[in-house]
Design a protein around this ligand. Structure first.
Ligand code: ADP
Length: 479
């Protein structure tokens, strides 16, 4: 019989997405099916999710999810969308609102502890008791929004095992102690050895304490988060649980991200020589004047993590060498202003689109010769995987999953014929400028360039190995 897994997550592509978490949760059910795992995804009933549902079936909501948490009436719905079997917590008082799913106008929703507390509570109840005749063998919780789910399951006596996956440890879900009682957490455990994080309630920390296994999204990040420089204060908790921690690399959904069939690009292609029409469309879209140098693209949230400020420091010399630059991104106002100002300084060579645009992101990967990911830290990173798949050489910082997925075009790798991109020291604008100079030189040498980009397109970015790794972990825990 198939192993049954309940995924609890706040995002799931293509229904609701703010970042890579959504891509991963959206891909896992499909890739796990091939491993004999039957997965369902529990999602909050955000407006975008509710609108995407076709027929729904209402299931009896487990007792134990009280109104104080849901803020009013709540329903549990079962539905299919985008080929994914979904369970939805439809709690309008918590999830039916305009604005972002975590914040509005740059401020976190004041009831986030209750929104995601209710969601986590429901996940634990379904894991423990099943619903509508469906009993999961295991709970898989993703990121801080579901950190309390393994914790509630632990309080219920661990009826099923739980996996907690860290997609980004810099988002921890921290709330004032006033939420302890409404959330039904044991006050005695509000200590540094429990779920307290420096005077606050830590949702992710609770999940890390309680889960039977902890995973993160690359082997590199699994090592890094054990250190103070990357652990964001949770390195001690993780060190204590190091034996239960592993890194399983994210993959790309190769059905969605396929340059041979992608309906969102200007012209499909199967080899890098076929990118020309897409470059032309991309250059036109950003109103640039084309030239022979490499076109460097960025698709990114604009936060300090992503290191776009470092890239801006290296940009003038790259443009002077004949490069072109396009950026699609949104996020912090100061970074939006900085990238806009940088592009305005070279309007024919650099262009910026501020906003979130899934369709345009596909054209950026298809039309660019290279994709920059200069992150200060990067748990896995998906944009470099899409870049590889679309024959755009990734220019990445050596950190987390970036270092695990890109092979630098150094003399040894070039000699062995395995280079796929350009890797620089994280947080170092000079080394980044040097990588862009190496990119420019390699691009000018047709033979070298076609080797690097052909290697990139051949590099496996699918889920096969990682889906097998998750399935093996689940089987070990279920026993
Ligand atoms: P993170 O989850 O930290 O944002 P990842 O690289 O794991 O970083 O995932 C980012 C995902 O979000 C990718 O699918 C990327 O294409 C997408 N993305 C980021 N910014 C934008 C944007 N402005 N428009 C469209 N897609 C975007």
């Amino acid at each position: 019989m198939a192993l049954r897994v309940l995924h609890a997550a706040s995002e799931c592509a293509p229904l609701v997405k703010t970042g890579g978490l959504a891509d991963v949760v959206g891909a896992l059910p499909g890739v796990l099916a091939a491993e004999g795992v039957e997965a369902r995804v529990l999602l909050p009933g955000y407006p975008a999710v509710m609108e995407a549902l076709g027929a729904t079936e209402e299931l009896p909501i487990p007792t134990g999810l009280d109104r104080e948490l849901t803020g009013g009436p709540a329903r549990l719905l079962s539905a299919e969308a985008a080929g994914i079997s979904l369970l939805i917590l439809d709690a309008p008082a918590r999830f039916t609102r305009e604005g972002g799913i975590y914040e509005t106008a740059g401020r976190d929703w004041p009831d986030n502890a209750y929104r995601f507390g209710a969601f986590s509570r429901l996940a634990a109840l379904i894991a423990a008791e099943g619903v509508g005749g469906w009993q999961p063998d295991l709970l898989h919780a993703h990121d801080w929004q579901t950190g309390l789910a393994p914790y509630y399951l632990m309080l219920a006596g661990r009826p099923r095992p739980a996996v907690m996956t860290i997609h980004n440890i810099s988002y921890q879900g921290l709330f004032p102690p006033a939420v302890i009682r409404p959330l039904g957490l044991p006050e005695a455990e509000f200590t540094p050895d429990g779920y307290e994080y420096w005077g606050e309630v830590g949702f992710l920390k609770a999940g890390l304490m309680a889960a039977d296994a902890i995973t993160t999204v690359s082997p590199g990040y699994a090592r890094e988060i054990l250190t103070p420089a990357f652990g964001m204060g949770l390195e001690g908790v993780l060190q204590a649980r190091a034996g239960d921690l592993s890194g399983i690399l994210n993959g790309a959904d190769t059905a969605v991200w396929d340059p041979a069939t992608d309906p969102l690009i200007a012209a499909p292609y199967t080899a890098v020589e076929g990118k020309g029409a897409n470059r032309k469309a991309l250059v036109a879209r950003f109103g640039l004047e084309d030239g022979p140098g490499p076109l460097l693209g960025v698709v990114s949230r604009l936060t300090r993590q992503k290191g776009i400020d470092l890239l801006l420091a290296a940009l003038p010399s790259f443009l002077d060498m004949g490069g072109r630059f396009v950026l699609l991104g949104s996020g912090e106002a100061s970074l939006e202003a900085a990238v806009t100002a940088a592009a305005a300084g070279s309007p024919r060579r650099a262009g910026v689109f501020i906003g979130y645009d899934e369709a345009l992101s596909h054209l950026v990967y298809a039309g660019s010769d290279a994709i920059a990911v200069p992150s200060r830290f990067e748990p896995c990173g998906l944009t470099q995987l899409y870049a590889l798949r679309y024959g755009a050489a990734p220019v990445v910082a050596r950190t987390g999953g970036l270092g695990d997925t890109v092979i630098d075009a150094n003399p040894a790798a070039l000699g062995a014929g395995v280079a796929t991109g350009f890797v620089h020291r994280a947080g170092d604008p000079d080394d980044l400028a040097h990588a862009l100079a190496r990119l420019t030189a390699a691009h000018a040498d047709a033979a070298s360039w076609s080797r690097i980009t052909a290697n990139a397109m051949r590099h496996p970015v699918d889920w096969d190995e990682s889906a097998a790794a998750y399935a093996a972990l689940y089987r070990r825990l279920v026993g």
